[in-house]
Design a binder for this molecule. Structure first.
Ligand code: ADP
Ligand code: MG
Length: 255
């Protein structure tokens, strides 16, 4: 049986001023699915993730979270009363992991992981600490709880950022080029964590330049080109038998 959708994006249009960045994009991530987004720089991948996470609003189209329509446009650009609560609830259910880790430098690793569950979700401190330590151990840096971000390698910092996302116990994880800022030897330790999460059946949308990772973990690969889905399908089709000329060109350029 098909799993229910966690995130559904339908015909999304997004402009910055007169620049139309997303020109009618649709994408669904069902429970337990890994959807990877590939495409050239500037094709709109980060914008789509930011829209999915409600960090950006959009001009047209629909975003649904577990079947619930996001009410955030209202009439004109005004949000309806109560919408801020909905946005917060959905956003806290979609943990985002960025290319640049974005850890708080004035907090220890443990504090970084505990911060949002404590302050945003208002959870019990002892419970959060236990979970935070468990997630740090899970990503292989259980011994770094009391270190400062600057004392960690890039790969360790990114794993801390993933632990921070996991500690929110979200419905889905959104990754925006999580390995792009890392040296090749550090990249693999983050790749391993992402693969483990995929194998656990986590729902994920993964923007990546790492075609091997996309091929390994994805149920669906989406090739975005100039703000449109140019081609999408299972990795065996997208990588093994691409149909679009643009996708063929993109893949040969990334070999
Ligand atoms: P990708 O992640 O695929 O490289 P982005 O979503 O970052 O692409 O960007 C898509 C396009 O939107 C680019 O032309 C970029 O310059 C533009 N863009 C992104 N963010 C903004 C912004 N905040 N203001 C104006 N233009 C933006
Ligand atoms: Mg980007």
């Amino acid at each position: 049986m098909q799993q229910p959708p966690v995130i559904e994006i339908r015909d999304l249009h997004k402009s910055y001023g007169s620049l139309e960045v997303l020109k009618g994009v649709s994408l669904t991530a069902r429970r337990g699915e890994v959807v990877s987004m590939i495409g050239s720089s500037g094709s709109g991948k980060s914008t789509l993730l930011r829209c999915a996470n409600l960090l950006e609003d959009s001009q047209q189209g629909d975003i649904l979270f577990k079947g619930e329509a996001v009410h955030w446009r209202g009439t004109g650009m005004h949000r309806r009363p109560g919408d801020a609560k909905q946005v917060l609830r959905i956003r806290t259910n979609l943990s985002m992991v960025f290319q640049q880790f974005n850890l708080w430098s004035h907090m220890t690793i443990l504090q970084n992981v505990m911060e949002a569950p404590l302050t945003v979700l208002g959870r019990d401190r002892a419970e959060v600490e236990e979970k935070a330590r468990a997630y740090l151990a899970k990503v292989g840096i259980g011994d770094k709880a009391d270190a400062w971000p600057a004392q960690l390698s890039g790969g360790q910092q990114q794993r801390a950022a993933i632990a921070r996302g996991l500690c929110m116990e979200p419905e889905a994880l959104l990754f925006d080029e999580p390995t792009s800022a890392l040296d090749p030897e550090l990249e693999q330790e983050v790749v391993k964590v992402i693969k483990d999460l995929a194998n656990e059946g986590r729902t994920m949308i993964l923007v990546t330049h790492d075609m091997r990772l996309a091929a390994d973990v994805s149920d669906t690969v989406v090739f975005l080109h100039q703000g449109l889905v140019e081609e999408m399908g299972p990795p065996a089709d997208v990588f093994g038998a691409p149909k679009s000329e643009r996708l063929k060109q993109f893949l040969s350029a990334t070999q």
